[in-house]
Ligand binder design. Structure first.
Ligand code: C5P
Length: 227
């Protein structure tokens, strides 16, 4: 069987990473969560005072970019890779609502994108990869053999994210989660640099009323037809 590249883009909380992980496991491919990289840079920026309620020192963040050490490390028990920032596992921190509130601002910085896109391209150079994000089919792997563009209603997506945050023990308000999902979609789709848009040749996939198993079967079917 030939190895292909699978690019999964779409709006926030459309379940991209859940499907991408399952698909990678079923195909024996590597799964890369590109959003985790933007989230880790955001955590770095917050921890070092480059962004915050009253701070916006993006130029200082840009100067530090070469020194930020990002690494994915495969967790055997979980079956997927976790994000490490400067040698520390930051999986829990980067999924918080606080990071979600700042990540789209950091992700709009072209120098940040350049650094992360280079790493992502390198991770997929041998194919056999499923990567999810916002610009995977448009910028990172425009030649991907299978491209998906995931959508669902904002309320459905906010409910999914809300439940996820509650399950992780975060004390959040549904209204704030919905606002965050809508804000991120707006910034991600309107930024000058690699805005979120359906890539040429991408298959649009609305999963508002679809269960996980059904989604997985359909997408695996699409992948197997290409492979
Ligand atoms: O996928 P996730 O929701 O974790 O991504 C967090 C944020 O990172 C997105 O809202 C977007 O601002 C940014 N992102 C991006 N390009 C990617 C992946 C994520 O701009 N390829």
């Amino acid at each position: 069987m030939k190895k292909i590249t699978i690019a999964i883009d779409g709006y926030s909380s459309t379940g991209k990473s859940t499907i991408a992980k399952q698909l990678a496991k079923a195909l024996g491919y590597v799964y890369v969560d590109s959003g985790a990289m933007y989230r880790a840079v955001t955590l770095y920026a917050l921890e070092n005072g480059f962004i915050g309620e009253e701070t916006n020192k993006i130029q200082a963040l840009i100067k530090m970019l070469p020194y930020i050490k990002l690494k994915f490390e495969f967790n055997q028990a979980l079956g997927y890779a976790e994000m490490y920032l400067d040698g520390k596992n930051v999986e829990k921190e980067i999924r918080s609502l606080r990071i979600s509130e700042y990540v789209s601002t950091v992700a709009a910085v072209s120098e940040v994108r350049q650094k992360l896109v280079d790493i992502q391209k390198n991770m997929g150079k041998d194919k056999g990869v499923v990567m999810d994000g916002r610009d995977i089919g448009t910028v990172v792997f425009p030649d991907a053999e299978l491209k998906l563009f995931m959508t669902a209603s904002p309320e459905t997506r906010a409910h999914r994210r809300y439940k996820e945050l509650l399950d992780r023990g975060e004390d959040v308000d549904f209204k704030d989660v919905l606002k965050n999902v809508q804000n991120r979609d707006y910034i991600d789709s309107h930024r000058v640099n690699s805005p979120l848009t359906k890539a040429e040749g991408a298959i649009e996939f609305d999963n508002t009323d679809m269960g996980l198993q059904d989604q997985f079967e359909r997408i695996r079917g699409m992948a197997l037809r290409v492979i």
